[in-house]
Design a protein around this ligand. Structure first.
Ligand code: LLP
Length: 414
């Protein structure tokens, strides 16, 4: 397994820090992020694309704590934002407008105008918005166009977004219409974008996306960059295979260089990884509140649930679970469930070191789409977040309090 959690000196540790100590210091449920792992992933990606002019646009939505954004900024990445709030968050931490790509879907034109005023690159996802854009700005504001490449790929239906029935992007079958709009308004199209889906293992899918981008790109004369989206697969299960980044880097870079030669200009190549950069860095630490044998199975109930990590329920996602309170001893099969009033199974039929009430469990791969998709369902509080850097732990978000549940609710007197 490529993850950094190590079992040494009587504890599961990250950067030498025992996870059980963090749980004791900050309480549970607790999100813990390994900052060094994030920096390492950035480096891996940069090395894989060393031969081309790579710009990483981190998919902010995966994990949007401002300190994670700052860490990535320090590592030299830009960002992809999908809401005006994410754009503002990225500006807030110091990303320059030109480092921010705004990739909205089905937002109002007013929101796009606000983003233009903030100076970020706009990625247009449909023809009506392209027309509004033309009417308002003509060729004065450079723009990127998101194409739907009609490729069916991705870990499951909910995260497969580049196929013909998907709501995302402008169909490549509508390119003629796009060109009419571009010509009518004199639009300056500086980028083309595709994003096929999430959890994509195979270099061939990226190559197929590349071919479609290249073919479309020959018809646009002002291009500065081509954006291949995100979607690299990470390892979730022990023994799982992740995208071979070096392989993808070599193959896509070679094809990209050939295209640039034919195009007559060196372009920038953009990627928008979320999971690849922050999935494996994250651990959700929870406490076993009850061990409940039934005639069918033995449940371990924990003080968390779909309100903190919705991926198992939403995508049937596999998250590895480790009993970090037990370093040795017998193993048993458990189904780990949350405390939410729903069937919020976190992990079914897993072998764990024998669990007792009060034991601490670490749920792995909780960095991407963990906290960022969390909620207050059942009026529960969201966890604190801790970042580990150079062996030191930093609280990067306070645990919510009951006051947060009441915040923004008006209190009518009947
Ligand atoms: N770029 C665009 C335009 C996207 O829509 C996405 C993800 C990404 C980049 C980043 O994809 P990544 O590298 O993280 O796979 N919540 C789901 C994943 C949905 C992602 C939606 N868009 C999950 O937890 O599996």
């Amino acid at each position: 397994n490529t993850q950094f959690m190590e079992l040494t000196e009587q504890a599961y540790r990250i950067q030498g820090v025992a996870l059980t100590d963090l749980a004791q210091k900050y309480g549970t449920p607790l999100y813990v992020y390994d900052g060094e792992k994030i920096l390492n992933q950035v480096k891996t990606l940069q090395e894989a694309f060393a031969g081309v002019n790579l710009k990483i646009k981190y998919a902010t939505k995966a994990l949007s704590n401002i300190n994670i954004l700052k860490l990535l900024k320090g590592a030299g990445t830009g960002v992809d934002a999908v809401s005006i709030e994410e754009v503002k968050l990225c500006l807030h931490v110091g990303f320059l407008p030109q480092e921010i790509m705004y990739t909205p879907n089905c937002v109002s034109f007013e929101e796009i105008q606000e983003a233009v005023q903030l100076g970020v690159m706009i990625n247009i996802d449909n023809i009506p918005m392209l027309e509004h854009f033309g009417t308002s700005y003509g060729g004065d504001v450079p723009v990127c166009i998101r194409l739907n490449p009609h490729i069916l790929a991705g870990g499951n239906a909910k995260i497969s977004v580049g196929h013909i029935d998907s709501k995302f992007g402008i169909s490549i079958l509508q390119l003629k219409h796009v060109h009419k709009v571009v010509e009518a308004y004199g639009l300056k199209v500086v980028g083309l974008h595709v994003h096929t889906g999430s959890d994509i293992l195979d270099a061939d899918v990226f190559l197929k996306g590349a071919e479609i981008l290249f073919e479309a790109a020959t018809e646009f004369k002002d291009l500065v960059f081509l954006d291949f989206g995100g979607g690299f697969k990470v390892a979730y299960k022990p023994g799982d295979i992740a995208t071979d980044m070096l392989d993808v880097g070599q193959k896509v870079s070679r094809a990209f260089q050939q295209f640039c030669t034919a195009y007559g200009r060196e372009l920038e190549i953009w990627f928008e990884p979320g999971k690849f950069l922050v999935s494996e860095c994250g651990y959700l630490l929870v406490t076993a509140t009850v061990v409940k044998p039934t005639p069918a199975t033995t449940f371990v109930g924990v003080n968390s649930g779909l309100n903190h990590l919705i991926r198992p329920m939403m995508y049937d996602a596999y998250h590895d679970v480790v009993n970090i309170s037990k370093l040795s001893g017998p193993e048993r099969v458990y189904t780990i469930v949350g405390y939410i009033c729903e069937t919020d199974t976190i992990a079914a039929d897993r072998k764990l070191k024998e669990v007792q009430e009060g034991d601490l469990l670490a749920i792995r791969n909780a960095g991407a789409y963990g906290f960022s998709m969390s909620s207050n369902y059942n009026s529960r509080l969201r966890p604190a977040e801790v970042l580990l850097l150079e062996g030191k732990d930093y609280l990067i978000r306070e645990r919510e309090t009951f006051a947060d549940i009441l915040r923004n609710q008006t209190d009518l007197v009947f």
